[in-house]
Design a binder for this molecule. Structure first.
Ligand SMILES: Cc1ncc(COP(=O)(O)O)c(C=O)c1O
Length: 386
């Protein structure tokens, strides 16, 4: 029987019915008061999520990578030096993107799964200044949440722009654009907010606007000045035809997210993360990556030695319709990942853990039936005060 897949992967995340209905409703024409109100509402909510009173937040029709590209194009000039602490697939993507635009890229290399060390970034900047530091808050490939507050502090002290990829973290873990001194932060619609893919949002500080004014990188579609000119109209607009339906869905997703407030959403992410981590450990599996207590978006798990991690992902999908994510880069085959950010409930997690238990048993790994589910239930009941 053809049932919807159970997605426990790090994005796109499952979309709530309210969001599906909103994005399936008639289009609001993109020039005029209706769309203006929609854009204003979405932008205001996102500014609250970014925790900024000062920054502009621009909405762009693209996946998250387009927003990242816009940061490089708008704040920097060919030949500028940037520093990238490299600790996984998405920080590696920063280096590829920066090189493609003719930037001079220096890296500080860490083994995948490590946390970036702010003092080492400070030392690298003291030895050799950079125009910008390109950071990734949630390194989705390893599950590690990087210490952005401290990294931004050392980058600020060295006079470098702080440009952060928050695609898989905004809304799932704490973030404070103004308080941490961030210059550019790029998020996406399809991750912790559980809207459809198709929109990137870019928060921009005064300092980043100043850099933009003298930046000479070629740009057109993603030119921040053009976006701002249209966003500042009496009825805000996008310069180009936007993904209107996705925006309508995103509005509904933000409405849902803010129903209980940011703190409740963050606490849910922490609780679900603990449930997953304790659950898989109860099956005798080892977790991967540093700072597990803080890693509320994705759990990276080492497969048992005798089983290829990709086989676990393939089997759980074919037997149960449950989508987990394979390991990336050097972790391919040895690590698999469970995403638990977005519109997930405790029962969604228990269902995924039950499927994992049965899959491992079918693949010959000795499993105490119900152990993962019981451990996760323990976390959830304790949080409930039961
Ligand atoms: C941390 C991070 N950055 C960037 C991206 C790329 O986003 P997109 O696929 O929306 O372009 C992802 C997607 O998984 C991500 O997790």
């Amino acid at each position: 029987m053809n049932r919807p897949e159970i997605i426990l992967a790090p994005g796109p995340t499952p979309i709530p019915p309210e969001v599906l209905l909103a994005q399936g409703s008639p289009l609001v024409y993109h020039r005029g008061p209706g769309f203006g109100a929609l854009m204003r509402d979405v932008t205001d909510r996102l500014r609250e999520l970014y925790r900024t009173d000062r920054a502009d937040v621009l909405l762009m029709t693209s996946s998250g990578t387009g927003g990242l590209e816009s940061a490089v194009q708008n704040a920097l000039s060919p030949g500028d030096e940037v520093l990238v602490p490299l600790a996984g697939y998405f920080s590696e993507r920063w280096t590829k993107l920066a090189k493609a635009f003719g930037l001079q890229v220096r890296t500080i290399e860490y083994d995948w799964g490590r946390k970036v060390v702010p003092d080492e970034v400070a030392a690298a900047l003291a030895e050799h200044p950079a125009k910008a530091v390109l950071l990734t808050q949630s390194e989705t490939s390893t599950g590690v949440i990087q210490p952005i507050e401290e990294l931004a502090r050392v980058a600020n002290e060295a006079g470098a722009l702080v440009i952060v990829d928050v695609v898989s973290s905004l809304g799932a873990v704490p973030f404070d654009f103004d308080g941490w001194g961030i210059d550019v932060a790029v998020g996406g619609s399809q991750k912790a907010l559980s809207a459809s893919p198709g929109l990137a949002f870019v928060a921009i500080s005064d300092r980043a606007w100043e850099a933009h004014r003298s930046a000479t990188m070629p740009r057109f579609y993603f030119d921040w000045s053009i976006y701002k000119e249209f966003a500042d109209k009496k009825d805000p607009e996008n310069p180009w035809t936007p993904a209107i339906s996705v925006m309508q869905g995103l509005q509904a997703a933000l409405e849902l997210y803010f129903q209980d407030g940011v703190d409740v959403a963050l606490a849910r992410h922490r609780r679900l993360s603990r449930g997953v981590k304790e659950g898989v450990q109860a099956l005798g599996l080892d977790l991967f990556g540093e700072g597990l207590e803080d890693n509320w978006t994705v759990t990276a798990i080492r497969a048992p030695e005798s089983i290829d991690a990709d086989t676990i992902c393939d089997r759980i999908r074919s037997d149960f319709g449950c989508v987990l994510a394979p390991g990336q880069g050097p972790l391919r085959g040895t690590v698999f990942r469970i995403g638990h950010f977005g519109y997930f409930s405790e029962l969604d997690i228990l269902r995924g853990l039950a499927a994992l238990e049965m899959t491992l048993e079918r693949l010959g790994h000795p499993v105490k039936r119900g152990a993962a589910v019981a451990a996760a239930e323990g976390v959830f009941q304790e949080a409930h005060g039961t």
